[in-house]
Design a protein around this ligand. Structure first.
Ligand SMILES: N[C@@H](CCC(=O)N[C@@H](CS)C(=O)NCC(=O)O)C(=O)O
Length: 207
């Protein structure tokens, strides 16, 4: 199978980490959905990263759907217990929502300074900080979200924290969230996280 990614994308990183952790053979294709030469619009009507092309030609997109597919094929990263499963899903939603707010902020900041909406930027900033505080409070003293030591919740949270460092470095989340920092340090020891460290790509100026 082939996973289309963009190097900064926390959503693509979730899919990459899951593929690596589940030891699913795959190729990675680097795209940039913001550039005219991007191939992604031919694969995904929403023209978004990540997009997974299966060996039989089927195409899956959105990191949540890709994870769901991988988990159905090769389980191990969601707890059996219904209550814990929902905790993982909800944690993913908060982590992804923080990433969405960082993307909005990044794009708004690509606009000329006079055109930027401070109202919009401050709404996104509130979501980012509130989301981080929420996840900090949800972590168990063991440093995981449930008894499952490493699963979807940890993958999504780790990818979100790496993305904050790349695209929202003005926020010192480490001081705000010491338990998340411990989790992040633990995750960064895994090969799947080390091999997928995000890197910037150019985005055209947004008028
Ligand atoms: N909910 C989607 C979000 C995917 C997403 O926003 N991807 C961004 C890259 S980080 C993208 O491809 N943006 C291009 C665009 O919006 O046109 C997921 O979880 O996969």
């Amino acid at each position: 199978m082939k996973l289309y990614i963009a190097t900064p994308s926390p959503f693509a990183r979730k899919a990459r980490v899951a593929l690596l952790e589940k030891q699913v053979p795959h190729d990675v294709v680097i795209d940039n959905p913001w550039q005219p030469g991007s191939q992604i619009k031919e694969l995904n009507p929403l023209a978004k990263i990540p997009t997974l092309v299966l060996d039989d030609g089927r195409i899956l997109h959105d990191s949540k759907v890709i994870f769901e597919y991988l988990e159905l094929e090769t389980p191990g990263h969601l707890p059996e217990n219904k209550h814990d499963k929902i905790i993982h899903r909800l944690t993913e939603v908060v982590a992804d929502g923080i990433c969405d707010a960082v993307v909005m902020t990044f794009l708004e900041n690509q606009r000329p300074e006079v055109s930027r909406s401070q109202f919009w930027l401050s709404r996104q900033a509130d979501k980012i900080r509130a989301g981080v505080h929420e996840l900090e409070q949800q972590l168990l003293p063991s440093g995981s979200f449930t008894v499952l030591e490493f699963g979807l919740a940890e993958i999504a949270t780790g990818c979100m924290l790496g993305y904050l460092d790349l695209r929202y470095p003005s926020y010192d989340w480490r001081s705000d969230a010491p338990h998340l920092l411990k989790l992040y340090e633990r995750l960064m020891q895994r090969a799947s996280f080390q091999q997928t460290i995000p890197a910037a790509q150019d985005v055209p100026v947004n008028q």
